[in-house]
Design a protein around this ligand. Structure first.
Ligand code: SF4
Length: 262
C-alpha cells in the first residue's frame, strides 16, 4: 500500500484477470448502467446510483453484486465494495469472491486477511442499518451537500429519464442510505468463495461467523501504521510467495528478491 502511494498502482496480469472475473459475475445479476462521469461529483453520483440500483435488485431478486459501502471505524473513514449480498430465509448474507491463478486452497494468512475484510464490510453495513454511521456523517465527510454534477453528466441522466429532483448527489445519497437501512436481518454468517480466474471453477467456499474481537485485534495492528505509530512491513518470510504476484518485486522492493533464485 505504501509503495502504491509512492510509485503509483501497478496493475499485474493477476489483478486484470481478477477484475474481469468480477465484471462477468456482476453482469449475471445486476442491470448494466452506462454513465460517464466527468468530475468528482459525477463519480460520487455514479457510485451511489449504481449501488442503490444494486440494492433494489437485491430486494427484488434476492441477490446482487458490487455494492459500495462507507463507514467510520476506530477514528478512520473507510470505504469498500461488497462483492455480493444475498437474501436467504429472511436474512442478508455478505459474500466475498477471491480469484486465484490455480486450484490450490488459500493458505492461512491469506484466508485470515480475507476474513478480516469481510468482517469489516459486515460491520460497516451493520453500522449504517443501526444508524451508528449516518447520512449526515457521510455528507460531512465527502462534502455531499456542496457537490453539483456537470452539465454533460446531467444530460446523460436526462437520457435515462431521471427526474431532475433525483439528479443531485444528495438525493441519490439519501436513496442509498434509505435502501441500506431497509435491511432488517443481517446474518452473522459470512462467506468467502475462491474461484480459479482462468477456468471460472469454484475452488472452495468458506463459511465463518462474524467475530468482533478478532476483527478489532487486526484493526488495532493495522491502524498503528496509519496513526504513524509503526513503519510499514514487508510480508514475513513464510508469505514471501506473495511477492511473485507483486508489481514492485525486484524493482521498488527487494526485501525478498535475493532469495528468489534459491
Ligand atoms: S515484493 Fe513482497 S515484500 Fe515487497 S511489497 Fe511486494 S509483496 Fe511486499
Amino acid at each position: 500500500m505504501e509503495l502504491q502511494y509512492i510509485h503509483g498502482t501497478k496493475i499485474t496480469a493477476e489483478i486484470k484477470k481478477g477484475a474481469q472475473m468480477h465484471e462477468e459475475l456482476e453482469e449475471e445479476t445486476n442491470v448494466p448502467i452506462v454513465l460517464m462521469p466527468k468530475s468528482y461529483a459525477d463519480v460520487m453520483y455514479k457510485i451511489l446510483y449504481t449501488s442503490a440500483e444494486a440494492l433494489e435488485t437485491l430486494f427484488k431478486n434476492k441477490k446482487s453484486r458490487e455494492i459500495q459501502i462507507y463507514g467510520f471505524l476506530n477514528g478512520f473513514p473507510l470505504v469498500g465494495k461488497m462483492d455480493q449480498l444475498e437474501i436467504k430465509d429472511g436474512e442478508v448474507f455478505v459474500w466475498e469472491d477471491k480469484t486465484k491463478a490455480n486450484d490450490n486452497l488459500p493458505n492461512e494468512p491469506q484466508l485470515n486477511t480475507h476474513k478480516i475484510q469481510v468482517m469489516i464490510y459486515r460491520k460497516m453495513l451493520d453500522d449504517i442499518r443501526k444508524k451508528a454511521y449516518t447520512l449526515d456523517q457521510f455528507r460531512k465527510k465527502y462534502g455531499i451537500l456542496t457537490l453539483r454534477v456537470t452539465e454533460q453528466f446531467s444530460r446523460q441522466l436526462d437520457a435515462l429519464n431521471m427526474d431532475k429532483g433525483m439528479q443531485t448527489v444528495d438525493s441519490v445519497a439519501q436513496r442509498y442510505f434509505d435502501l441500506l437501512s431497509r435491511i432488517e436481518n443481517l446474518s452473522e454468517i459470512l462467506h468467502i468463495r475462491y474461484i480459479n480466474q482462468f477456468t471460472g471453477k469454484e475452488i472452495k467456499i468458506y463459511r465463518f461467523t462474524y467475530d468482533e474481537k478478532e476483527m478489532q485485534g487486526a484493526l488495532d495492528f493495522v491502524l498503528k501504521y496509519w496513526r504513524g505509530e509503526r513503519e510499514s512491513l514487508p510480508v514475513p518470510e513464510t508469505e514471501k510467495w506473495k511477492c511473485n504476484y507483486c508489481g514492485f518485486f525486484g524493482k521498488e522492493c527487494t526485501v525478498w528478491w535475493p532469495q528468489k533464485s534459491l
